[in-house]
Design a protein around this ligand. Structure first.
Ligand SMILES: Nc1ncnc2c1ncn2[C@@H]1O[C@H](COP(=O)(O)OP(=O)(O)O)[C@@H](O)[C@H]1O
Ligand SMILES: [Mg+2]
Length: 271
């Protein structure tokens, strides 16, 4: 467990771990076994992700499909440290803790500093449908995102929720014409020794899928490909074919009735 003294002083409890697990605030996400909230401690704003144990059913389901289950906050803690090393901006790690060894019931939390005024590329690009962005800004953003993805994947890191909503811009810098991108939500990150072609293909397909209704042109996608593929041997023509097929499948799945109902139910819970 790592909880700085300034945070501990705000908890007013001897049992730091349980006090952290009992903190509450403005809920941003509430899914089974995990809650993400914004809260204030002292005079500073933070985000906390609390994990309440995934349960054996989830572990068995993952193992049966040969996937390693994500048990708690430690995946995100290690991912933040790795992103710091490879100099990709992300949510600043402030505190974390894990309790228990039983993988199904293990509880954990991660506290990050609030990035303040940020806008996700999803929200920014949504506005482009009504008002197209300045060509230069769009071009710079595409190059920045492609370069970030390439650096990430070349370092053996895969995000596994690599959608526009998890790429955020610093709004204050943006107003001055500067682009600083934060890659957030490292909950499912996998770190490998070598770049993984399959996982990178999946990340790029996710990103492509999430950009499909934004109004990007064939030229914009070519530009992305060009910068992502620079000195990156896994970008073969078969890689890009697989990206295309997977992205189209994700798009169809996302727009299915079943998925839209699930999404609406999750949103209702937050209202
Ligand atoms: N440190 C942070 N600073 C600013 N916003 C954050 C921070 N952490 C999370 N958020 C916001 O909360 C949302 C949910 O957090 P995220 O990490 O995506 O959690 P989840 O794994 O539950 O999806 C994010 O999309 C972002 O809007
Ligand atoms: Mg998220």
């Amino acid at each position: 467990m790592l909880v700085p003294t300034e945070i501990q002083q705000e908890l007013k409890s001897e049992n730091v771990f349980s006090a952290m697990m009992n903190l509450s605030g403005r809920v941003f996400r509430d899914v089974s076994g995990r809650k993400t909230m914004q809260l204030t401690l002292g005079d500073k704003s933070y985000f906390i992700k609390q994990h309440f144990g995934v349960g054996w059913a989830e572990i068995v389901k993952n193992l049966l499909s040969f996937k390693k289950p994500i048990l708690g906050a430690i995946t995100e803690v290690n991912a933040i440290k790795k992103l710091n090393q490879i100099e990709i901006a992300t949510t600043p790690l402030v505190a974390y803790g894990v309790s228990g060894c039983n993988p199904a019931t293990q509880q954990s939390f991660i506290l990050t500093a609030d990035l303040g005024k940020i806008v996700s590329l999803e929200d920014l690009c949504l506005a482009w449908q009504d008002q197209p962005p300045p060509a230069k800004l769009k071009r710079r953003l595409i190059i920045e995102v492609a370069t970030l993805a390439r650096r990430l994947h070349k370092s053996g890191v895969n995000h596994r929720d690599f959608y526009l909503c998890h790429l955020c811009l610093d709004e204050r810098l943006l107003a001055k014409g500067d682009i600083k991108i934060y890659l957030i939500d490292l909950h499912r990150v996998l770190i490998n020794h070598n770049p993984s072609s399959r996982l990178s293909m999946k990340d790029i397909a996710a990103l492509y899928f999430s950009s499909m209704d934004v109004g990007l042109t064939a030229r914009d996608y070519l530009r992305f490909k060009h910068y992502y593929a620079q000195d990156f041997s896994l970008c073969t023509s078969s890689f890009w074919r697989k990206v295309e097929v997977r992205a189209q499948k994700l798009y169809a799945k996302f727009h299915s009735d079943k998925f839209q109902k699930r999404l609406a139910a999750e949103k209702r819970l937050l209202d």
